[in-house]
Design a protein around this ligand. Structure first.
Ligand SMILES: [Zn+2]
Length: 306
């Protein structure tokens, strides 16, 4: 019993997770999208401080992930978009860990750019926000979070939107896709009508400067739209069957899902993944900008066609 009390008190002491204790004030992001994206990656990787009280050096511990969620919520608030948190508990593959420590628990969060026509259909765009321990995670995966911010900003300027677009940030991708698995279940449980799920993981490395993008396991009709929009922007698309990231969680539950990334299978990918060297200055912002444009064009097509 004593042990249980000690554990409870330790949890309370180490938690310090009350948002009211946290100074969340942030400066307004720059008006120009690419400058705002640069700022986002910079703050998410500790290259810039979040504010006078906080710096996010990596996004692994509960405190770091809490700060990340609150920072991004503030950022989306600046676009007049509210974020909603989705808490989950997911059993561990090894039941002993559940028994002795606690079931995995985490927090995804999302926002919705609503349809202007009362549509019930959703396009889901997602990226994980966690990192491996003590890694700044600039390419993996601040780059994709910045892409989603840029796409959101552009979508808000589309006057007629015939589908909703949900932007979601997954917790615990680095721990066997726990967050996205929980989110796929959440969509199912709440009967969301999902047109397609596009997940983004590492979109900031382009050493050969060809702007090429890899799409993973896309359903044919969506692959064709990516290819057509890429062609118009003179971007080449490589299709692969990589399934080791968040989109697999949705495919497992029967959703139309695909992944978008830098040239992972072709080898034009960051050598710094999951290391302390995955830093702000390794991100190619021209590539991030062209990829943002491509994704916006695809989603624009999807929400303006019936
Ligand atoms: Zn990743």
């Amino acid at each position: 019993m004593k042990l249980i009390y000690t554990l409870v008190i330790l949890t309370l002491l180490l938690g310090c997770n009350n948002p009211k204790d946290i100074n969340l004030k942030i400066e307004n992001l720059p008006e120009k999208t690419i400058d705002a994206q640069r700022e986002l990656v910079s703050v998410l990787t500790g290259n810039n401080r979040l504010n006078s009280d906080h710096v996010i050096n990596s996004r692994t511990t509960p405190k770091e992930r809490l700060l990340t969620r609150h920072y991004l919520s503030e950022v989306f608030n600046q676009l007049n978009l509210n974020t909603i948190e989705h808490y989950y508990r997911q059993p561990n593959a090894n039941f002993l860990i559940d028994l002795l420590v606690s079931p995995f628990k985490g927090t995804n969060f999302y926002t919705v750019i609503p349809s202007t026509t009362n549509s019930k259909d959703y396009i889901i765009l997602g990226a994980h926000y966690d990192t491996a321990r003590n890694c700044p995670g600039a390419n993996d995966n601040a780059s994709a979070m910045a892409l989603l911010y840029g796409v959101s900003k552009k979508l808000l300027n589309v006057p007629l939107r015939q589908k909703n677009v949900m932007i979601v940030f997954f917790d615990q991708e680095e721990e066997e896709l726990i967050g996205s698995k929980a989110f796929a279940k959440y969509l199912k449980k709440n009967d969301y009508e999902v047109h397609s799920v596009h997940t983004f993981d590492q979109i900031g490395w382009d050493k050969d400067l060809d702007k090429a993008v890899e799409i993973e396991l896309a359903p044919k009709e969506i692959e064709d739209i990516y290819k057509a929009k890429a062609k118009a922007l003179q971007i080449s698309i490589h299709t692969t069957k990589v399934n080791s990231t968040d989109h697999q969680s949705f495919r497992d539950l029967g959703y139309n899902a695909l992944g978008i990334t830098e040239e992972f299978a072709n080898g034009d990918t960051t050598p710094f993944k999951d290391t302390p060297n995955d830093t702000f200055d390794t991100v190619d912002f021209d590539f991030l900008e062209s990829s943002t444009k491509l994704v916006f064009e695809v989603v624009h097509h999807l929400i303006t066609q019936n």
